[in-house]
Design a protein around this ligand. Structure first.
Ligand SMILES: CC(=O)CC(=O)SCCNC(=O)CCNC(=O)[C@H](O)C(C)(C)COP(=O)(O)OP(=O)(O)OC[C@H]1O[C@@H](n2cnc3c(N)ncnc32)[C@H](O)[C@@H]1OP(=O)(O)O
Length: 403
């Protein structure tokens, strides 16, 4: 049961992450069209070939219903398959497997997966950094009736930074904590970002000492272990094996996936140090018929260093409780023995709302397609990608394999 590797990623596009937008503002629909044009051009395909659309709907605050039909109308295409995915940082991974499954089922032949994420034009009273503000303070639902409103928010558990810090504290109590090993994640990823021309932190390398000396935001997480919100946006084309055979790029076949959702707030999780990625990843590996040790690289969702640590363990790259030892013993750069987040990850490439996770998918595709430039891996045939939504609550795993 599951995917059989008959659908592949053949093209992609993403905006260069920007801290403060200098580019002219675009409405979200304009971004959909722009990203579609760029991704189709990358794939060497025409818009007439598109008959599937997977879109991240929550960006469309102004018209949050009928989103796929509205986007299809704007693009001037008709669809055989449409889906809205809203899984926070797990959205990108969730989009890719849904598109691949629809193609394999014969529902459609070519799917645009798109996350328009640049900011819409501001009104006179809007805060231009609304996205950063929303992420800082509004990460958790304050909806009436939501348990967070009653049991989390009054105690200062506001948004993602504190949630991930709480998980890190629990991990430390259970398995111990090596701040230097954790800082090494950020340092090795920052090294990788120097090899990507669009990385937001290209041009500024890091040391472990700098990470540990940086501002403590939510103990034990320093500012340099946390993503900085940026503006972005991304699109990927997934198509059938037949069309992939004619594609411009070496295709990245989607051979395995897993998805698992748990409680939205870690406060209610039975076990904070084991995430739903454990189930998602083991399903993905089994579906593809491969093991963690077969992977040439891992692109792990990395909103925080603690996310990477837990993902390494839960995906099966090392046993539970041994992640810090694993990090100390391996070189995580694209020159190393365990290439991790070879574009710098969201920590150093940039995190733009839900499009942040698509940068990991796109980096896996680019490596498989042999387009990694100076950071290209000598061997990039099988790559693991993870997506993390909420506070480790929504987890997705993908296995991508070169054709
Ligand atoms: C979405 C999901 O489902 C799952 C997830 O991904 S969960 C994660 C979602 N993302 C977030 O919650 C965003 C987390 N980040 C933050 O909250 C903020 O960056 C922060 C609180 C860590 C720092 O904010 P701050 O203290 O107000 O910093 P601020 O005053 O804006 O900036 C100070 C400097 O540090 C830099 N900076 C800010 N955040 C930074 C970061 N995370 N890393 C590195 N540098 C950062 C700024 O660019 C600025 O530099 P300059 O002085 O040179 O301009």
């Amino acid at each position: 049961m599951g995917l059989t590797g008959n659908a592949a990623i053949v093209g992609a596009a993403q905006y260069k992450p920007e801290k403060y937008q200098s580019a002219p503002q675009m409405f979200h629909l304009e971004q959909v069209a722009d990203l579609a044009r760029l991704a189709l051009r990358d794939a060497g395909m025409s818009i007439k070939e598109l008959d599937g659309l997977v879109i991240h709907g929550p960006q469309f605050h102004e018209a949050s219903i009928f989103v796929p039909a509205m986007a299809a109308e704007y693009l001037g295409i008709e669809l055989n398959f449409a889906e809205v995915v809203d899984l926070g940082g797990c959205t990108s991974v969730g989009m890719i497997w849904r598109a691949a499954a629809a193609v394999e089922m014969g529902l459609c032949e070519a799917v645009l997966c798109v996350i328009p994420a640049r900011m819409a034009p501001f009104g006179p009273n809007d805060d231009p950094m609304w996205m950063a503000q929303a992420m800082r303070y509004g990460g958790h639902s304050t909806a009436f009736g939501a348990p967070e409103a009653e049991f989390d928010l009054p105690y200062g558990h506001l948004g993602q930074n504190t949630g991930y810090a709480m998980i890190a504290q629990r991990y430390a109590a259970k398995y111990g904590y090596d701040p230097e090993a954790m800082a090494k994640i950020a340092v090795d990823q920052r090294f990788n970002a120097q090899g990507h021309q669009d990385a937001i932190f290209r041009g500024s390398e890091l040391t472990v000492e700098q990470v540990l000396a940086s501002k403590m935001v939510a103990d034990p997480l320093h500012i340099l272990e946390i993503v900085m919100p940026v503006a972005g946006g991304a699109a990927v084309i997934v198509t059938s094996k037949e069309k992939a055979a004619k594609a411009k790029n070496r295709p990245a076949f989607v051979t395995g996936f897993g998805e698992r959702l748990s409680y939205k707030s870690p406060s209610y999780a039975n076990e904070m140090t084991v995430t739903p990625l454990a189930q998602a990843a083991s399903k993905a590996f089994a579906m593809a018929g491969v093991r963690p040790e077969d992977m040439d690289a891992a692109q792990l969702y990395d909103c925080y260093t603690i996310t990477v640590l837990l993902s390494l363990e839960d995906a099966g790259f090392c046993p539970k409780g041994e992640g810090m030892r694993f990090i100390r013993e391996h070189n995580l750069t694209y020159k190393g023995d365990f290439p991790l987040n070879t574009h710098g990850g969201q920590l150093s490439f940039g995190q733009s709302a839900s499009a942040g996770g698509m940068s990991q998918v796109i980096e896996a595709f680019e490596q498989i397609a042999g387009r990694g430039g100076e950071r290209q891996l000598a061997r990039a045939d099988q790559i693991f990608v993870s997506g993390t939504g909420g506070v480790m609550s929504e987890q997705g795993a993908l296995i991508l394999q070169g054709g």
